[in-house]
Design a protein around this ligand. Structure first.
Ligand code: NDP
Ligand code: 8X3
Length: 253
């Protein structure tokens, strides 16, 4: 197998799923990760039929460090030489002022967006260091650059991803491993359904009256950065809908 291998967390939906499709189309073999096994298996068959992609489904919860370790250690030999890690899995849970926030929501976001990203990275980076090659794409958010009202803990986790993105680049460029942070504004995915705990009506309203970003826009950016020549490192890409110049301002029709 001489195709490059990309490991994508959160491949069952949204940005991760769109990225899996685009990278498969562009000749990558894939390790597809998420908790919803049936979605990963369906995606695996679809990518095989459409692009002859070989993929391995790794079903695990990134919050559970033992599961992360076991799933990554059990990757079949043919997929172990990971070229690209896309740290995408993440979520917002709730939208409330800091005096009213739900502690369980806070813990879910911290455990997923920050600790989960660390658990996965800690398992994969040593192999990249050993092979002296690799590309890491960290999906932060515009919420990792600007704080908005009621975003408090979600923003804090995405600022943390920004810090880790910089830290990885400082520490890993010597190997040489390249590291890019991507900071999207509003992308219509399952994100708001998850944020509002399954309230689809409230989620739909977030994207009404303007053209939000599409998951495929972020997949295009990921494909672009990992396709640059080895002497180029795109440090960061902040990508916003034209109608959302900053968090909190959306020009609705
Ligand atoms: P989706 O809800 O559509 O997808 C989220 C993905 O993350 C799913 O595949 C989900 O898989 C996975 N995931 C969530 N929690 C876990 C977990 N504990 N273990 C393993 N996988 C998990 O949202 P998006 O595609 O929009 O979000 C992707 C990333 O982009 C997130 O980090 C998000 O913060 C970020 N982002 C999103 C923006 C947006 O407006 N949509 C804007 C800026 C950044 P499963 O449930 O099957 O485990
Ligand atoms: C998601 C972007 O602005 O909806 O990370 O929080 S925002």
């Amino acid at each position: 197998m001489n195709k490059k291998i990309a490991f994508i967390t959160g491949a069952t939906a949204g940005i991760g799923e769109a990225t899996a499709n685009l990278l498969a189309k562009n000749g990558y073999n894939l390790i597809l990760c998420g908790r919803r096994a049936e979605r990963l298996i369906a995606l695996q068959s679809q990518l095989k039929a459409n692009y002859q992609t070989e993929s391995h489904c790794a079903v695990f919860d990134i919050r559970d460090k033992e599961s992360v370790q076991t799933a990554i250690q059990n990757i079949p030999e043919a997929f172990k030489g990971i070229d690209v890690l896309v740290n995408n899995a993440g979520l917002a849970s709730g939208l409330a002022t800091i005096d009213k926030g739900d502690l369980a929501d806070w813990e879910t976001m911290i455990d997923t967006n920050l600790k989960g990203l660390l658990y996965v990275s800690r398992q994969i980076i040593p192999g990249m260091v050993e092979r002296k090659s690799g590309y890491i794409v960290n999906i932060s958010s515009i919420a990792g650059k600007e704080v908005y009202a009621n975003g408090n803990v979600y923003c804090a986790t995405k600022f943390a991803v920004d810090a880790l993105n910089k830290a990885m680049r400082i520490e890993l460029s010597v190997h040489p491993i390249r590291v890019t942070g991507i900071y999207p504004g509003a992308v219509e995915t399952e994100f708001s359904i998850v944020r509002f705990h399954g309230d689809e009506t409230r989620a739909k309203a977030v994207y009404e009256g303007f053209d939000s970003l599409l998951a495929s826009d972020i997949a295009d950016a990921i494909h672009y950065v990992i396709s640059t020549p080895p002497h180029v490192n795109i440090n960061e890409l902040v990508i916003m809908p034209t109608a959302q110049p900053m968090p909190g301002i959306i020009h609705r029709k």
